[in-house]
Design a protein around this ligand. Structure first.
Ligand code: TXD
Length: 321
C-alpha cells in the first residue's frame, strides 16, 4: 500500500507551512507547485533535510509542472496574492480569479479525483470558481475559512476566561468576510455556556460588552494580523486549519468542521458556497449538519450570504473584463 499524496498549489507563506505540517505529521508524500522557478524545489529540499532531525519518512517534491500532482488524494490551493494593509479580501478578486482559473485547469487535467481545499482569497468566490471550472462534485471542492475564524473566536474566549483552548468549543458560520457569523449561543467551555461564565465574572451588562468585543475581534482578526505584519497576511493559522480538514479526509475521521460548502437549500441558501458545519471523511463532505438559527443569527447569516452573493455574482464580468 502506497502513501497518501498531498499536492499544494502555491508555495508562498501558507504553502510552505502546509508542506512542513504535512511532513511533520507524516500525512503522506507532498508535492509543492509554484510558478516561481526553483522556489518550491528549494523549500521542499530545506524541509526534507530536516527529516532526520524530526524523524519523518515522506517524499517531498517541488515542481512547476502540473503533471506531478497526478494521483493526489488531497489538493490544497493557496495560489494568489495576499492582502496588504488597508485592503479588503474582495480587492483581490481580479488578480486571484485569473490565477484560480489556471490552477483549476491544472487540477481538472491531473487530479480531478482529489479532495480539493481552497484557501486563496476572496475565499467564497475562489472556491466557487474552482468548482465551476473543474466540474468536480461539490462534495470534493471546499474552502477553508471557518476552521480558522472559529479558532480565533475560541482563542479569544479561552484567553478571556483563563481556560485551556482545548476545552472551548465555538463556531463561526457564513462567508469569510467581516460579516461572518460567530455563534455566541453555542460557545461553551466543556459544555458550560460562555455567556453564563462571563455573567458570573462581570454581571449581565458588561458580559454582553465583553462578548461583543470578542465577536468583533473575530470578524476583524485577519486584518489585525495584516496590519501588524505589514507585508502579507496570516499564514501559520490558515495552514493549521487546512491541515485539520485534510487530515479528517485522509484518515476518515469524520470531524465536524466549519467548511465552505456549496449549499442546496441548507440554512435557506441555494447554489452558493457558504461556511457551515460539515462532516469531513474519506468521501469528502459527507453531510452538512443543519440546526435552527434564531432570528438574530439568521439575520446575520442573511447579511453575510448577501455579501458572498454580491462577490460571486461579479465573477463573470471580472473574468470577461
Ligand atoms: O483562511 C483563509 N482562507 C486565508 C486565506 C487566510 C489568510 C490568507 N488567505 C489567502 O491565502 C491570501 O489572501 C492569499 O490569497 C492566499 C495565499 O496567501 P500566502 O500568504 O501564502 O501568499 P503568498 O506568500 O504570496 O503565496 C502565494 C503564492 C506565491 O508563492 C506565488 O508565486 C503563487 O502563490 N502563485 C501561483 N502559484 C501557482 N500558480 C499561479 N498561477 C500562481 N500565481 C501566484
Amino acid at each position: 500500500m502506497g502513501r497518501k499524496k498531498i499536492s499544494l498549489i502555491g508555495g508562498g507563506q501558507i504553502g510552505g507551512v502546509l508542506a512542513q505540517l504535512c511532513a511533520l505529521r507524516e500525512l503522506g508524500d507532498v508535492v509543492l507547485f509554484d510558478i516561481v522557478e526553483g522556489m518550491p524545489q528549494g523549500k521542499m529540499l530545506d524541509i526534507a533535510e530536516a527529516s532526520p532531525v524530526d524523524g519523518f519518512d515522506v517524499c517531498l517534491q517541488g515542481t512547476q509542472d502540473y503533471k506531478d500532482i497526478a494521483g493526489s488524494d488531497v489538493v490544497i490551493v493557496t495560489a494568489g496574492l495576499p492582502r496588504k494593509p488597508g485592503m479588503s479580501r474582495d480587492d483581490l478578486i481580479a488578480t486571484n480569479s485569473k490565477i484560480m482559473t489556471s490552477v483549476a485547469e491544472g487540477i481538472k487535467q491531473y487530479a480531478s479525483n482529489a479532495f480539493v481545499i481552497i484557501i486563496s482569497n476572496p475565499l467564497d468566490a475562489m472556491v466557487t470558481l474552482c468548482q465551476k471550472i473543474t466540474g468536480m462534485p461539490a462534495s470534493r471542492v471546499v474552502g477553508q475559512a471557518g476552521v480558522l475564524d472559529s479558532a480565533r473566536f475560541k482563542a479569544f474566549i479561552a484567553w478571556e476566561l483563563g481556560v485551556s483552548v482545548k476545552d472551548v468549543s465555538a463556531m463561526t458560520l457564513g462567508g469569510h468576510g467581516d460579516d461572518m457569523v460567530p455563534l455566541v449561543r453555542y460557545a461553551a467551555v466543556n459544555g458550560i455556556p460562555v455567556m453564563e461564565l462571563l455573567e458570573q465574572k462581570y454581571g449581565a451588562d458588561k458580559a454582553k460588552e465583553v462578548m461583543e468585543a470578542m465577536v468583533n475581534r473575530t470578524r476583524l482578526a485577519g486584518g489585525e494580523v495584516v496590519a501588524l505584519l505589514k507585508t502579507g497576511s496570516a499564514f501559520y493559522s490558515p495552514a493549521s486549519s487546512a491541515i485539520a480538514m485534510a487530515e479528517s479526509v485522509l484518515k476518515d475521521q469524520k470531524r465536524v468542521l466549519p467548511t465552505c460548502c456549496l449549499l442546496n437549500g441548507e440554512f435557506g441558501v441555494n447554489g452558493y458556497y457558504v461556511g457551515v458545519p460539515a462532516v469531513l471523511g474519506s468521501n469528502g463532505v459527507e453531510k452538512i449538519l443543519q440546526f435552527k438559527l434564531d432570528a438574530t443569527e439568521q439575520a446575520m447569516m442573511d447579511k453575510s450570504v448577501a455579501a458572498v452573493k454580491g462577490l460571486v455574482d461579479s465573477l463573470d464580468s471580472i473574468l470577461k473584463g
